[in-house]
Design a binder for this molecule. Structure first.
Ligand SMILES: Nc1ncnc2c1ncn2[C@@H]1O[C@H](COP(=O)(O)OP(=O)(O)OP(=O)(O)O)[C@@H](O)[C@H]1O
Length: 367
């Protein structure tokens, strides 16, 4: 099923805050990412028709949802919204909540039984929602949004309150949704790993404006974006594929455009697409090819640029022989001793166990 694209160019003014963003939610998952207060929730509410002061244009395929003051009401847009705190009818059972949503739907949509099965809700159907755990409530909230036959899904930090195991299970389900039900999906999160795992594209917001857009690996590797990533260590994210598994040593070899990398065993099949995050603080530089090193990974590279990062430290931008971008954090003294300058050839040593590997969304391309 091909999903339509939601296109928008919206603005909204509040005392002390202005939102002015143009963009699109294409088929697949778009992550809305950006610092607290950058306008992510407000943008979702504008798209859903919940902000009366929103102006501009919103279109889903050929359907005009808003043109300046003329705006379709929220119920006519059929946007499925799920927030961090699931808002369920506490006096109803899970089944009652789902049937209520199903009765009110205004278009053909996913069958209730399918959604119940996919989210593992069968054992909960007769429970009252008041007594459910956080993870159970979020699963019910997602199911309820789906059985209402939404035209798009807008998920606002739906998993923020859950533990890692529950998050992983629901993330796997969310990742399948656009393909399974033909829906564009916007997903607000503060978690970069979630973005890498889930998003086909990222729309980055800052102060109510678009600060960048692209794939998660591209954006998270862009030095201009690092200040918006909170405490995250500067570095790059590469796309790679599982190339080989060495069960004798418990290692996996990844093949990326930038070079081959060994990492601790991933338990993924050969050919599987992954992302690998290489932090600047985990890249050491050596002039000569190391004869023996514990790092396992030594990529031939040349210096592209040097950036000051305080009195004693530099960030060194590198290009590997495979064409991959890397950053290394070194002291100015080390940079001087190694004669670092643009064009200088050297070897980038990366400790295998320092590499953070994540799986890619199904649709995202890997080399
Ligand atoms: N109902 C409201 N009335 C007035 N101001 C609001 C309201 N809701 C949000 N704001 C303000 O609008 C701005 C954008 O808020 P918004 O919740 O959209 O940001 P956000 O990026 O979703 O933040 P967070 O990541 O913390 O959830 C903030 O300055 C916020 O304080």
């Amino acid at each position: 099923m091909t999903a339509p694209t939601l296109e928008f160019d919206v603005r909204l003014w509040r005392p002390g805050f202005a939102l002015q963003v143009a963009g699109s939610l294409q088929p697949g998952i778009t992550a809305l990412f950006g610092p607290s207060g950058s306008g992510k929730t407000t943008l979702l509410r504008c798209l859903a028709g919940l902000e009366p002061d929103c102006r501009g244009e919103v279109r889903l395929g050929e359907q005009v949802w808003q043109r300046e003051q003329r705006a379709l009401p929220a119920h006519a847009r059929r946007a499925g919204l799920v927030f961090q705190e699931a808002r369920l009818f506490g006096h109803h059972t899970v089944q009652g909540n789902l049937r209520y949503a199903q009765r009110r739907r205004r278009a053909a949509g996913p069958a209730l039984d399918d959604v119940v099965a996919a989210l593992g809700l069968q054992p909960l159907l007769d429970r009252r929602t008041g007594g459910l755990s956080g993870g159970e409530r979020q699963r019910v909230a997602l199911a309820r949004a789906l059985v209402a036959a939404p035209s798009i899904l807008l998920l606002d930090e739906p998993l923020a309150a859950l533990d890692a195991a529950r998050r992983a299970a629901i993330l796997a389900f969310i990742r399948e949704l656009p393909g399974r039900y033909g829906l564009p999906l916007a997903y607000v999160t503060h978690d970069q790993e979630e973005v890498l795992h889930l998003a086909d594209r990222v729309l980055l917001l800052r102060h109510g404006e678009r600060a960048g857009a692209g794939s998660a690996p591209e954006l998270f590797s862009d030095p201009a974006v690092w200040p918006l990533l909170g405490d995250a260590e500067p570095g790059v994210v590469w796309r790679a594929r599982v190339a080989a598994r060495d069960s004798a040593w418990g290692l996996t070899t990844l093949a990326a455009d930038g070079g081959r990398l060994q990492v601790p065993a991933l338990g993924l099949a050969t050919g599987c697409g992954v992302t690998v995050r290489i932090r600047a603080g985990n890249v050491l530089l050596a002039l000569d090819p190391p004869r023996a090193t514990s790092a396992l990974n030594a990529l031939p590279a040349r210096v592209r640029e040097l950036r000051g990062e305080g009195e004693a430290v530099l960030l060194v931008g590198l290009v590997t022989d495979g064409g991959g971008s890397l950053w290394a954090r070194v002291t100015r003294q080390a940079a001087s001793a190694l004669g670092l300058e643009p064009g200088r050839r050297l070897h980038a040593l990366i400790e295998a166990s320092s590499l953070a590997v994540g799986t890619l969304p199904a649709q995202a391309s890997a080399p």
